[in-house]
Each structure stands twice: as structure tokens, then as C-alpha cells.
Write a protein that binds this ligand. Structure first.
Ligand code: SAH
Length: 249
């Protein structure tokens, strides 16, 4: 899906920013770089700043106009350091990434970055469906263009990982660490109730109200099978009984 997302730099002055953009993209798994009328390209400086992302830089498509670079795109986001008139739907990078991923499932997507000094023109913004602003310090809102590319590409990657099966952070969950089933939870509540009675916890308070509150707490916690076993061990101990089994943890 990431291959359907292109990053477009418009009329970039500093070759270093082009190289740093290639690097930022490759770090996040993006590869399709478009350069609209770059002031100086290709350069040694860009390759030096690309730091190994030479493939992304070497494959960059150079065009004369933004319209050419956008050919084939069905969704386009323009980034801006300034909040412009409310002509465009305003997105933050996370919203932009979510929409980009959704749109990339069925078409081509572009995220466009402007000139170092003056950003994108209004005519260029007219070609975009949304305006993306990184919520920076309003008194000092303009990021270096390659840093802005990094922020957007990171959000795209996070959206991609969240939607992909092979998320590296996701390890296979052990059976005991799966959420406890309803009947396991009910068994635990019954045991908890008994234990509270045995230790004379309720006193004058209403057991139903206390149980309802505790159930609310456990529901929010997404209790696992292993945790239910630990809790039941504790209840048994409180009741002065030997735990039926020692939970392994
Ligand atoms: N004075 C220019 C600054 C351009 S910064 C202006 O006001 O537009 C160069 C490019 O980096 C911008 O065109 C945009 O693509 C990106 N950029 C910088 N800061 C940004 C921010 N806070 N949010 C979104 N994009 C930003």
C-alpha cells in the first residue's frame, strides 16, 4: 500500500533537503519521490544527505509542474506551515495518514511539500483536496521541509503498521494472556464475593453495589486468563484455603 503514496517536493532550493527527504522516506518504507522543478538536482550534496537512500533519490521523478507530478492521483494533501483561509478541509498529520492509507487501498495518493522560503502557492494548493498542518508552536511554526516530510512519513508508517497483519510489535499472544471468557470472569466474581463474605468485608454496605463497581473495574481492565488465576489464588489465600493451583507467572 505504501507504494501508492508519493511524496512531492515543489521547487526545493537546497539539495540537502532533497537528500534528507529521501532518507526520511526510506526509513519509513516509502519510496516514490517526485521533484517538481528542483533548483539544483541531481547533486553530490543530496546523495550525501540521503545516507544510503540512494535508490529513492535515484528513482525520483522530476517534473516541471505540480500538475504533472500529480498525474494519476485520486487524493492529494498539501502541507503548510501556515493556517490558510478555511478553503480546504484541515487535517493534522495523523488524520492525513489515516486518509492516505484508506485512499491508497484503491488509488494513488500524494502528499505535497512547498518551497523552503515561501511554501506552496495558492494555485498549487488548489490542486490539493486537504491542507495538512503540523500543530507547531504558533509563534515559530515553520519546520525544515525535510523535517516536515519526516513527521508525515512517520504518521503514514504508524497508520500502515496499525492496518497490517505483520505488525512487528505484535508478538503471538500466549493462551493465558488472552482475555478471560465470560464464564471465567463470572467464576472469579463468585469466588471474590465468597472471599469477601468470608473475611466479613461487606459489613453494613450493600454487596450488590460493591460487586457492580468491581465488575466495572475488571471490565475496563480487559482481564486475562492468567490474571484471573492469580486473583483466584489471592482469594483462596484470603479465605485461608490453599490455592487450588499456583498460577505460574
Ligand atoms: N514560510 C513558508 C515556510 C515553508 S516551510 C510558509 O509559510 O509556508 C517549507 C515546507 O515545509 C512547507 O511548504 C510545508 O510543506 C512544510 N512545513 C513546514 N512547517 C510545516 C508545518 N508546521 N506543517 C505542515 N507543513 C510544514
Amino acid at each position: 500500500m505504501l507504494e501508492n503514496i508519493r511524496i512531492i517536493l515543489v521547487n526545493t532550493s537546497h539539495p540537502g533537503n532533497i537528500g534528507a527527504t529521501a532518507r526520511a522516506m526510506k526509513n519509513m518504507g516509502l519510496s516514490r519521490l517526485y521533484l517538481v522543478d528542483p533548483v539544483d538536482h541531481p547533486t553530490y550534496e543530496a546523495y550525501s544527505r540521503a545516507a544510503g537512500a540512494d535508490d529513492v533519490l535515484g528513482d525520483a521523478v522530476v517534473t516541471e509542474t505540480l500538475a504533472e507530478a500529480l498525474q494519476g492521483c485520486s487524493w492529494v494533501a498539501g502541507t503548510s506551515a501556515r493556517l490558510r483561509t478555511v478553503k480546504w478541509p484541515m487535517f493534522d498529520p495523523r488524520e492525513c495518514a489515516a486518509t492516505s492509507m484508506a485512499q491508497a487501498a484503491s488509488g494513488e495518493v500524494a502528499i505535497v511539500f512547498g518551497r523552503e522560503r515561501t511554501g506552496l502557492t495558492n494555485e498549487e494548493m488548489e490542486l490539493c483536496k486537504a491542507l495538512v498542518h503540523i500543530p507547531t508552536n504558533p509563534e515559530y511554526s515553520s519546520l525544515n521541509v525535510a523535517a516536515a516530510v519526516q513527521v508525515l512519513c512517520y504518521e503514514v508508517r504508524m497508520a500502515f503498521l496499525a492496518s497490517s497483519e505483520d505488525r512487528p510489535l505484535k508478538t503471538k499472544t500466549a493462551k493465558e494472556d488472552m482475555p478471560a471468557t465470560t464464564d471465567q470472569m463470572e467464576g472469579m466474581y463468585e469466588h471474590l464475593y465468597q472471599a469477601m463474605e468470608d473475611i466479613k468485608f461487606f459489613g453494613t454496605s450493600n454487596p450488590d453495589v460493591i460487586m457492580r463497581r468491581l465488575k466495572g473495574l475488571f471490565n475496563r481492565a480487559q482481564t486475562t486468563k492468567r490474571e484471573v488465576a492469580i486473583l483466584r489464588g489471592i482469594f483462596s489465600a484470603a479465605q485461608g484455603k490453599k490455592s487450588a493451583r499456583t498460577p505460574k507467572d
